[in-house]
Design a protein around this ligand. Sequence first.
Ligand code: ZN
Length: 216
Amino acid sequence: MADLLHFQIYLQNQAASLRLKIVQSGEPVLREAARPLSPEEIASQEIQRLIEAMKETMRDAPGVGLAAPQVGYALQLAVIEDRPEYTRDAPREQLAERERRPIPLQVVINPKLILLGDPEIEFFEGCLSLPGFMAIVPRVREVRVECLDERAKPRVIEASGWHARILQHEIDHLHGTLYVDRMVSRSLTTIENYNRYWKEKSIAEVKAILVTDERR
Ligand code: ZN
């Protein structure tokens, strides 16, 4: 029994050691262009460990996406996952409006992003590197991403709705871009105030209150 307890503590420590520090806005790596990975690098123990640690870090945060620059590496690598439990308590109509559906884990390496339309879908989004804040960000509804997976196999991801939003957000990170570069700046809010004042309103209502043409 004592041994088992010891083993559990050991496992917990192992899991804890996989969690990486998420760097915050202002850290230069978040503004760098990340470099692509070669298939040999992808197969290496270092990158495979980094992928595992990024999954763990994303789930621990918790977040629906994490890009390598957010843990300090200027590499074209991101992980994405939207687990069913994250939205279990969210209103159905809100999920439908956002086109938010669970996404199984995806490892996205050296992505080429093709936008299939104009950035006209607006919702509040946030970022683990700018904790505590949210803002309205216009994004394209549908994208196609050509990339490599964790086995260095070519993949094509066709995505729409919230999945397309997450892909655009994470791939932006690989180019040194943060959501604040694209946001409707007058909509920037703390999460606390988002929940207090804006959560129940439609984006059109929020914009009618906060944004006038002259002050956008
Ligand atoms: Zn982010």
